[in-house]
Design a protein around this ligand. Structure first.
Ligand code: 4AD
Ligand code: MG
Length: 506
């Protein structure tokens, strides 16, 4: 392909036709834009090139800091005094979009190695300084959430979304390298995979006058799908079906939970990665999850270091405002490297409760919620284990059956299930998973106990009727992972347009 274009554009390929020009082939195409990230890595030899982007600042009627989203580093563009119309210069303001052609030269000034001396400046879109809400000063994250449509234009959010992308890419790479099949499970479904009843209904029935059964209940047979449906809370159950043939699959899609949790770690719409593997037990499951998390962190460190360094500085500044005892002991990069270089701690739920009961925090009555065997650990308990006691990620296994979902495999003690949660510093639960109950009789018994409609789940039970095998899987909350890697404290800042109780703007 490249060869063909060269030949077409350069009648004599032997000639050194590239002398004095940037080597990028893009320059010969219709869109001549060179990305600022690539401009900044070029040798300044006076070569002419075209950049397009948004003005971050315009100083002394002469120096434009231009950003195009490819990196947080702006390109300094010089508009020489006297060379451009006053009326044009007036329109160069923060937020305006420009197309500039100029020569790339070494910069005599401090702070940048090179700069672009503008020959032509074209304004693509003005941004009235009286009205444009983003000014070159520090804005609070709360304010930026209110203008989430514009916050991509800040350094913080530029970095976050480039890191988020790198993590998503690494996730596909990890599973592809291992031969897992990427499965897209339905978003509209009739099942409640977690059995927690936290679902958003999907219907085309009228709210004012829905058709009713004789007993007054809504007649869903007349609804679009002929039954009651909802947005999925997890693709796991469908994932299990595919794993019973393809052996190793993973999903990566949106999930929805109508839980009324207004916290820094909960979204009503979040993305989840759910691998499901035949011929895996709980141990295999934990090993995969740990390798997976380390792999994607390593990928981010190796490929988005500039952005992570920026976010590390941001976090450092944010924490400097906190009292000493609320600051992290490690910087962001240090924390990520530490996670890569150390084994996750592995303990049982029973051991975790013992640690809590013997902790100074418990003895000094510092926990708000009760601690005893059987509780669903609260965030304060998880954070104590991870941040105070072990100071690293912890995998907690074998939880009481009573607090976990119906599909988890019953252990021989009769009280616990083969579950595993991974708890991360600063976040709490980042992964939830288990070995699945593959024994038909045990699974049916459990479903009846938990009032799960066994008849409706005939398709799920069929996998246990025909060729059942031990299998396991887990779910990683993507936004919680992005939070962990970027060091952002609020989950609303790592997804483009957060959906939370009473908030669905944009
Ligand atoms: O622990 P959960 O509910 O597990 C499942 O959904 C299983 N079906 C997973 C599986 O075994 N295939 O959710 C998994 C993860 C949690 O550990 C957390 O990281 C994230 O999903 N998560 C949320 N993230 C943001 N907002 C919420 N409301 C979340 N609820 C769960
Ligand atoms: Mg969970």
């Amino acid at each position: 392909m490249e060869e063909f274009i060269f030949a077409a554009l350069c009648p004599n390929p032997q000639q050194d036709w590239r002398a004095g020009y940037p080597t990028s082939i893009e320059l010969y195409m219709f869109n001549k834009r060179v990305k600022i990230k690539d401009v900044l890595s070029q040798e300044p030899r006076g070569q002419e090139l075209t950049v397009m982007g948004w003005v971050r600042t315009f100083r002394n009627n002469q120096f434009i800091a231009l950003n195009d989203g490819s990196t947080n580093s702006n390109l300094q563009v010089i508009v020489e005094l006297g060379s451009f119309d006053e009326s044009l210069l007036k329109r160069i303001s923060t937020g305006a979009s420009l197309k500039i052609t100029g020569n790339l030269v070494a910069s005599p000034g401090k702070g940048q190695a090179l700069e672009l001396k503008a020959n032509t400046v074209e304004i693509m879109g003005d941004a009235d300084p009286e009205k444009y809400p983003l000014q070159p000063k520090e804005h609070s994250l709360e304010f930026l959430r209110e203008i989430a449509h514009l916050r991509f234009r800040t350094n913080t959010f530029g970095s976050i979304f480039r890191v988020r992308h790198a993590l998503a890419f690494a996730i596909h790479k990890f599973f592809n390298n291992k031969g897992f099949v990427y499965l897209n499970t339905p978003i509209i479904t009739a099942n409640d995979a977690e059995g927690a009843g936290e679902m958003f209904k999907v219907t085309t029935l009228s709210f004012e006058k829905p058709p009713r059964n004789e007993d007054g209940s809504v007649n869903y047979r007349e609804d679009f799908f002929g039954k009651a449906t909802n947005l999925t809370v997890s693709g796991q159950l469908e994932g299990e079906l595919a794993a019973m043939a393809l052996a190793e699959i993973y999903t990566f899609g949106p999930t929805f939970r109508a839980e009324n949790s207004n916290t820094t770690r909960h979204l009503a719409e979040f993305w989840m990665i759910e691998p499901e593997m035949a011929f895996y037990d709980l141990e295999d499951n934990m090993n995969l999850a740990e390798e997976f998390i380390k792999y994607i962190i390593r990928h981010a460190l190796e490929n988005t270091r500039e952005d992570l360094d920026f976010l590390a500085q941001r976090l450092h500044k944010e924490e400097a405002r906190l009292p000493q005892d609320q600051r992290s002991e490690m910087g962001l990069i240090e924390k990520l490297s530490f996670v890569l270089n150390n084994d996750f701690e592995r303990i049982t739920y029973t051991e975790a409760i013992d640690i809590l009961l013997n902790s100074p925090a418990y003895k000094k009555k510092k926990f708000y919620y009760e601690v005893k065997w059987g509780i669903d650990m609260q965030s304060e308990h998880e954070r104590y284990l991870v941040e105070k006691h072990f100071k690293k990620p912890v995998i907690v296994t074998n939880y009481p059956a009573s607090i976990k979902a119906f599909y988890m495999r019953r252990n021989d003690d009769g009280k616990t299930v083969a579950a595993m949660d991974i708890l991360a510093p600063g976040i709490g639960e980042i992964v939830g998973g288990s070995q699945r109950e593959e024994r038909l009789d045990k699974l049916e018994e459990r479903m009846k106990e938990m009032h799960i409609p066994v008849q409706d789940m005939w398709w799920y039970l069929d996998t246990r009727r025909f060729g059942t095998v031990p299998h396991a899987g887990f779910g990683l909350g993507f936004e919680r992972m992005v939070q962990f890697v970027t060091g952002m404290t609020n989950i609303r800042d790592v997804i483009a347009f957060p959906r939370t109780p009473r908030n669905a703007e944009f």
